[in-house]
Design a protein around this ligand. Structure first.
Ligand code: ADP
Ligand code: MG
Length: 287
């Protein structure tokens, strides 16, 4: 009788767009006491809108900063990439594209090596960024990427996130049930602080690499917490695999979906609450 109840629950959930890839999901979902959400693409919609383009040098105007960045981003499926590509009419060809998960992308455009990097990572690589020019932008809760051409920073692009309306509901419901909610992000501290504030999240961690996201999950588990991780990106894959249940956002990348135990096909964080309800109902029927 046990497998039958599980099978029925799995069928019900599939109809709601909750794709349960493995059996342990329902069992673990019942015991989860901590839900860790990725920010970009999970709590926020899968596309960031460009708000600012700044050039650092007279040789490269705003339009060129944008078109270099868009050429490289045309090969990426990250929410930042979609926003940047959306903003141009024509794409320059790019070759030898590669990605640095949670940090940026690079490729060759017109035989120049172009990188689009997080502000933190650009600093870490030792690029000198004209702080005075981007000071105002730094203060705002915007995602910033630095564009370099042949290892010369040529400009900066500011992008804004839109919070998924259902994310606030999901977090409110989970908190009311005593489930702890935490946000992780590779984005800047300033942006994380704003999103966490909007969603009523007390715990959040910013500027994390994919490996650091994984480590946060592992440490929580060592403290005896039962952790669900909800994420959309390549950068979430190690954390999704480590969590007691990994939940991928349907609109996310293939790598996230492969690493997860369950997929929220509708990309709605509220469906995670349904998953927990279903898990509770399934196992109470078995008693
Ligand atoms: P999150 O953890 O919130 O989903 P990510 O880890 O995917 O965010 O990204 C962290 C940061 O890495 C971004 O804010 C951005 O600065 C940089 N980044 C990631 N992917 C890209 C990309 N395709 N182009 C430019 N920057 C990127
Ligand atoms: Mg993400």
């Amino acid at each position: 009788a046990v497998p039958l109840v599980v099978a029925v629950s799995t069928a019900i959930s599939a109809r709601r767009g909750i794709l349960i890839k493995n059996r342990k999901t329902l069992e673990s979902a019942r015991e989860v006491d901590t839900v860790v959400f990725d920010k970009t693409g999970t709590l926020t919609v899968g596309e960031l809108g460009i708000t600012d383009v700044i050039s650092f040098s007279p040789e490269t105007d705003e339009g060129e900063v944008l078109s270099y960045a868009a050429a490289v981003e045309s090969q990426s499926s990250h929410p930042i990439a979609r926003g940047i590509v959306e903003a141009v009419d024509e794409l320059l060809p790019v070759d030898r594209f590669s990605t640095i998960p949670g940090r940026g992308v690079m490729g060759y455009v017109n035989d120049s090596r172009v990188k689009v990097l997080s502000y933190a990572y650009a600093r870490k690589l030792g690029f000198s960024i004209p702080e005075t020019i981007i000071n105002d932008l730094m203060e705002e809760a915007k995602t910033l990427v630095i564009v370099t051409v042949d290892d010369e920073p040529v400009g900066c692009i500011g992008l804004a996130d839109i919070i998924r309306p259902e994310a606030a509901d999901a977090i409110r419901i989970l908190k009311s049930r005593g489930v702890e909610c935490v946000m992780l992000t590779g984005d800047r501290q300033r942006v994380a602080e704003w999103v966490a504030g909007e969603l009523g999240l007390e715990e959040y961690h910013a500027e994390l690499t994919p490996q650091e996201k994984y480590e946060v999950i592992r440490r929580m588990q060592e403290d005896g917490r039962r952790v669900a991780m909800v994420g959309d990106g390549v950068n979430d894959a190690p954390a999704l695999a480590q969590a007691d249940i990994g939940v991928a956002i349907g609109a996310g990348t293939d790598v996230a979906i492969e690493s997860a135990d369950t997929v929220l096909v509708r990309s709605n964080p509220l469906d995670f609450v349904d998953l927990m309800d279903l898990a509770g109902a399934t196992y109470s029927k078995m008693k």
